[in-house]
Ligand binder design. Sequence first.
Ligand code: SF4
Length: 466
Amino acid sequence: MFLSIFDIFKPGIGPSSSHTMGPMVAAARFLDALRGGAEPEPGAGPPARLTATLHGSLAWTGKGHATDRAVMLGLLGFVPAKVDMDAAEAALADLKETRRVTPGDLPEMAFDPEADVVFDWGPPLPGHANGLVLRAFDAGERLHMEETYYSVGGGFVVTSRELSDPPDLHAAKAEAGFPHPFGSAAEMLEMGAATGLTVAQMKWRNECALLSEAELRAKVDGIWTAMNACIDRGLSQDGILPGGLSVKRRAKAIHAQLREEAGRNLAQPHVVNDWLSVYAMAVNEENAAGGVVVTSPTNGAAGVVPAVIRYYRDHCVGATEEGIRTFLLTAAAIGGLIKHNASISGAEVGCQGEVGSASAMAAAGLCAALGGTNAQVENAAEIALEHHLGMTCDPAAGLVQVPCIERNGLGAIKAVSAASLSLRGDGTHFMPLDNCIEAMRQTGRDMSEKYKETSQGGLAVNLPEC
Ligand code: SF4
């Protein structure tokens, strides 16, 4: 099993990795297929019109997650990692006027933003809760090409063919020679014991199979730079978040209070929890506003890992830049195990897979950065994940705001507590991380669809009277 740190931590735009980034990636992949990556239907003329049909959770909460906008941006040629928001807004405005897209190397094609994104409220597609079908027609309205994509969480997208016959990532990249290909926490601990390496060192050596040490260091540092910039941006913004719930941004005001109180000697010890929350909320307010965030491992859960790193950097004794790299590499290793063996998708397993996974990653990362052993790292991740088991995904109005913004703060607090508890032991504990990940997978499988990013139950149907 190999999932790169750069698969787990990816820059993109809010508010959702599965409902915004994934569909944008799917649209970009469809354009590539039209450019010659796939065979058109026999006898069809060149593509002249495009449509997109959203299914399952993408339909149910697609409006709140701006999925229609994301598909349009993808068809206009934008990709999440490089999107220039000003250019994107201008292109969307132009599309509304002209109802035509002109992606590079393809003929101009009709696309009506009002009519050509269809929200299908029927049963989800068989492969996954987040399905979308993209179609191209020729000038005579004959089908030119059709492809079904599934957005499986964290911005990852697969076609229906890839879903039923997944490319074996490990085999496909085996020639790169990953020296420590652990696919479970048990294997991770065994390989660490056999080599004397930490989780971060094993992850580093695996990544070095693809990049030089200098490139890898620069790219890992770039992840933290982007995360930290997102925190700072979120701490400087105020106003009302988009979407119609009239949710106010709070991070800036809370941060100002905390800074003001920091000069006094009267602070209560639990105020450190407010620092953790405010860092996380800053990121998730940016995400809710459609700003640039880093998936960690998803957009909805993007605040937890940055908040705990900022806590480590600004509040912990002896924090170093190398400690931040250790944090990120360890967190990515744990995120990879969870994605490989269960899911990081709220539409698949509920919020336990998003904020729960993020909290486990952050707990492991902090534990490692503070000098924890591999056993303590595994223990920290397990504690954090265990106490998110069963957590549903029920966002109000399908927006990644309530409960998501505060929930990231609470996920960060749990991560710090989990790392701290773990560091007080020697790593031996009752419930292995692998069993906890399997429990999360089974719990998600058994969870009602109402609680898996469909906004059909829980908080989403218990809104206050306005
Ligand atoms: S409730 Fe959790 S899983 Fe659902 S949208 Fe919010 S952060 Fe994502």
